[in-house]
Design a protein. Structure first.
Length: 904
């Protein structure tokens, strides 16, 4: 493209005009909107930071945004460096960041040529080249805004400066002499403030960090101003820039709109956090590709060239926009013009408008008067003279529409930059109980107990994109505090000091900090603490916290509490009985264990059957639940499953064991005791009755029992005697029956005696058809603890009972209908509550007393039922003497088994 040479007089006039115009154009968004953008970004950042890891580890201290920090401020508004004035000030963090958004434009001419960044490098470079023939007379630094705002060495207030100053604030050692100066050699920071003390030194670094953060946020905000991401120096006028005010920023913050094309790159809008350079670039590319500046309107098909005759930008083109014809007020008469709208997620934004006239007093061009009006019209007068006033322009009135897209992006991007600025720091502390011999003549003296603490402050740099980009790592050096608390009440505090991220010194009784290990001492009865030990005493129920207040944030370890040793308990049943219906088989059980106090533990299960131990680490405070299948079981097998509880560094804390026994089970059913039903119920009227098989499930369990009974102990011998006695129950009953019959002069044959024995034992729950123990098995054994409750539970389930056909003399064909109405169980010494229906669960509890509570107890299930007789196959009740035959509140018992649990 051939560029026509300008007349010399036009060049001179333009140079003068450019100089006067510079304060307008340098500001991108002018200084007040920039300050407001920073303010709204702070508010957004604070609102969104709560859930982030770095701020869970180190939240802001109370009123962090308002705490005063002494530092170097700007006390001038000038065109050149010669008029720049620094001054001492004491501002809050918020104020330093907000004012940084203003001071980045000081001095104006110096800053103006450093606030442009072309992400496309349309001229081969990213910095401003447009009209360099004019601004080159006083400054042509060849520096782009992204570099200037992030890390250019000539800028004392870059993002890199902000990070370095924050790092310096967190590495001030109290045992190192104060520096004579902390300012860099630059006209914007030549004022030398001497630190009054080490705390003031930290504040000087922080104020510098927050000011630099604010100035770099200004540079990022410029990436949402179209002229500043295009090679457009706009010396005369940039309508969207000069027509934007703080109220536009506040409105954008209240109604944020982030276009979907840029949202993936903006974390505060739901996207992914970008590295600083990428954040600048993505924001600039979005603005560059979707908006025009006044002097860069270009459409290739229509042959419309940029006013500044620089290389045109490929996007947007008119075909990408929505054209609307409208009537507007002309200089003389109303005119019909074309307006072009960009579309942002369905939202129309006015982008450009057909110019009414090439007359440079176009009344629709400006809403301003005074000097701004003069600059604008003079600039367009020069443009007319140079034949550079194109057929389309961007009216000032479009600012309100365009800022609805651009300003929310500026606010959110700056909030992201704040997120990038703050590092992820983690304070970790470990406390380990230790013992050492006492300096006492009695060698049996109780060892001295103390808790030794160590602490580190680690910068998790890999989590921080900005800090990683500049390879900066914080090694915290500075004060800390030990707090000993009782719940939330502070008992005492002690001064500490870190060096290069490690706790190094502690406060002594005499006052000074010394390089000593941090030890918290536990008093033992009869061995009072020394005065030095008492200075760091900790008592049961108290907790220790190490706190670091640094960089406007507070870092603390997870409170460590001196408390009773951890315990673990396997949940009931403590004596687990596994029933086999065959001679061998498998059985699965779900084990549960609970640790106290609640915490983060590792559970290791050993199920006692030779299988490999299994580790389980549930979430802190939750119980461990593991299923295990015992394989190849045989009646008589015994197991002792165990769980071991581990703390930090797999330190063993506690363990617990229960017992598992395997018995030969059987398929129980409601009518299993035929002798009872044919002797103790109305079914006795039909001795040939055939009872159906009705499945009955009875599941016992016990809790509050601990330990195993040693077979060689007195209790073990009594248990063996009881087992033997039960196995010989038949012999005992037979002997007693013969004696009773002899007293009555009756002698029974062997067959008669066998039948009598069968009925007698059946009534007692013993069936001679199999083992004498089949109905009275030992369900388990262990110890009851005096004063600690014991609970037995029984779960019952009964299948539906079908009608039972019966035949009786002189009666029609009948059937008996049985319905269970309620049940309970008994241990001999106690009775459970009654449960309605034929199923459910019931429990019975007691508190054992030594010498009073029985050491064995037999479980029996008692079920109550009704029996009615109907004519077989009908719903017609059988009437005897005109009345229905109905039996109520009948009962039948089922022996369950025996527990042997002595009290100790």
């Amino acid at each position: 493209m051939r560029i026509r040479r300008l007349p010399y007089i036009v060049v001179i006039i333009a140079s003068i005009l450019w100089t006067f115009a510079a304060p307008s154009f340098v500001e991108a968004w002018s200084q007040q909107p920039h300050s407001q953008i920073n303010s709204e970004a702070i508010t957004l950042f604070v609102r969104r930071m709560a859930g982030k890891e770095k701020f869970r580890l180190g939240p802001f201290v109370d009123n962090a945004l308002q705490q005063p920090l002494r530092g170097v401020a700007v006390n001038s508004s000038s065109l050149t460096a010669s008029g720049f004035v620094s001054a001492e000030a004491e501002y809050s963090m918020r104020r330093w960041i907000v004012m940084g958004g203003d001071w980045a434009d000081e001095p104006h001419l110096y800053s103006s040529v450093r606030h442009f960044y072309d992400p496309l490098r349309i001229t081969g470079v990213a910095y401003l080249t447009d009209q360099s023939w004019a601004h080159g007379h006083y400054d042509s630094p060849q520096i782009d805004a992204r570099t200037w705002g992030l890390d250019h060495p000539d800028n004392p207030f870059t993002l890199f400066t902000a990070l370095a100053a924050y790092k310096a604030a967190l590495e001030v050692r109290d045992d190192v002499p104060l520096p004579s100066s902390i300012s860099a050699p630059h006209f914007k920071s030549t004022m030398n403030l001497v630190a009054r003390d080490h705390e003031d030194q930290r504040k000087l670094h922080l104020s510098r960090a927050y000011r630099a953060l604010g100035e770099s946020m200004h540079m990022l905000g410029d990436m949402t101003q179209p002229a500043h991401v295009r090679n457009d120096s706009h010396p005369a006028d940039e309508p969207i820039e000069v027509a934007t005010f703080p109220e536009h920023v506040r409105r954008a913050a209240a109604n944020p709109f982030i276009d979907s094309r840029i949202r993936p790159f903006i974390a505060s809008a739901g996207g992914t956090l970008q590295a600083p350079a990428e954040l600048f670039d993505q924001v600039a590319r979005f603005t560059n590709s979707t908006f025009y500046s006044m002097d860069t309107i270009y459409d290739k098909p229509l042959g419309i060239l940029p006013n500044n005759r620089q290389t045109p930008y490929p996007s947007p083109q008119f075909k990408d926009l929505v054209e609307v014809k409208t009537t507007v007020r002309g200089f003389v008469i109303p005119r019909t013009v074309k307006k072009l709208y960009g579309v942002f997620d369905g939202k129309r934004v006015a982008m450009a408008q057909e110019r009414l006239s090439f007359h440079w007093f176009d009344p629709e061009q400006t809403v301003f008067g005074g000097f701004d009006n003069l600059k604008e019209k003079a600039g367009r007068g020069i443009a007319v003279g140079a034949n550079r006033l194109g057929p389309y322009h961007v009216p000032h009135a479009f600012a309100s529409s365009q800022t609805e897209v651009l300003l929310p992006l500026a606010i959110h991007a700056c909030a992201d930059l704040m997120d990038l600025f703050f590092p992820t720091l983690e304070l970790k502390a470990e406390f380990e109980e230790q013992e050492e011999p006492r300096d006492a003549p009695d060698t049996e003296a109780i060892p001295k107990r103390f808790i030794e603490g160590t602490a580190t402050m680690e910068h998790l740099k890999k989590k921080d994109l900005a800090w990683s980009a500049y390879d900066l790592t914080i090694q915290y050096s500075g004060p800390a505090e030990l707090l000993v608390l009782e719940k939330t009440k502070k008992i005492y505090s002690r001064k500490l000091h870190f060096n290069k991220g490690v706790l190094e010194k502690i406060e002594t009784l005499e006052g000074p900090l010394e390089k000593l290990p941090l030890r918290l001492f536990i008093a033992a009865e009869g061995f009072p603490l020394t005065e030095e030990e008492a200075f760091y005493e900790i008592k049961d129920g108290q907790s220790a916290v190490i706190r670091v207040d640094a960089g406007s944030r507070r870092f603390e370890n997870v409170p460590w509490e001196l408390k009773n040793p951890a315990e673990v308990s396997i949940m009931p049943p403590r004596i687990l009985v596994l029933e086999l219906l065959e001679d061998t088989g498998d059985a699965e059980h779900e084990f549960e264990a609970v640790a106290t106090p609640k915490g983060d533990y590792l559970f290791e299960w050993d199920f006692g059957d030779g299988s490999e131990p299994i580790e389980d680490r549930p979430r802190p405070g939750e119980k461990s639940v593991r299923k295990h299948t015992y394989k190849g079981l045989k009646p008589g097998d015994l197991f002792s499953p165990k769980v071991i509880l581990y703390g930090e560094k797999k330190k063993e804390l506690a363990e617990d064991t229960i017992s598992v026994s395997v018995i030969k089970g059987e398929k129980r059913h409601f009518f299993e005791n035929r002798t009872f039903w044919l002797t103790g119920s109305p079914f006795a009227n039909d001795q040939s009755v055939v009872f159906p098989t009705v499945a009955l499930s009875i599941v016992p369990s016990i809790s509050g029992i601990s330990g195993e009974i040693d077979p060689k102990s007195p209790e073990g011998k009594r248990l063996a005697d009881m087992v033997e006695g039960m196995s010989k129950a038949g012999d005992y009953v037979k002997e007693q029956m013969i004696k009773e019959m002899a007293k009555m002069g009756v002698s029974l044959s062997d067959s008669q005696l066998a039948e009598a024995m069968k009925q007698a034992l059946a009534m007692g729950g013993i069936d001679l058809s199999g083992s004498a123990m089949e109905r009275r098995p030992i369900l388990g054994s262990g110890y009851q603890q005096a004063g600690k409750p014991v609970t037995i539970s029984l779960s019952v389930s009964l299948a539906p009972i079908p009608p039972v056909p019966v035949s009786m003399p002189d009666t029609p064909r009948l059937e008996g209908r049985v319905a269970v109405t309620k049940w309970f169980f008994t241990t001999g010494a106690g009775v459970s509550r009654e449960v309605a229906g034929s199923g459910g669960s019931a429990s019975l509890s007691w508190t054992p007393e030594k010498g009073k509570t029985p050491e064995s107890f037999a479980l029996d299930l008692v079920m109550f039922y009704t029996l009615e007789f109907y004519k077989r196959g009908t719903m017609e009740l059988w009437l005897d003497a005109g009345a229905p035959v109905r039996y109520e509140n009948m009962s039948v018992s089922f022996p369950v088994g025996v527990y042997f649990c002595p009290v100790r």
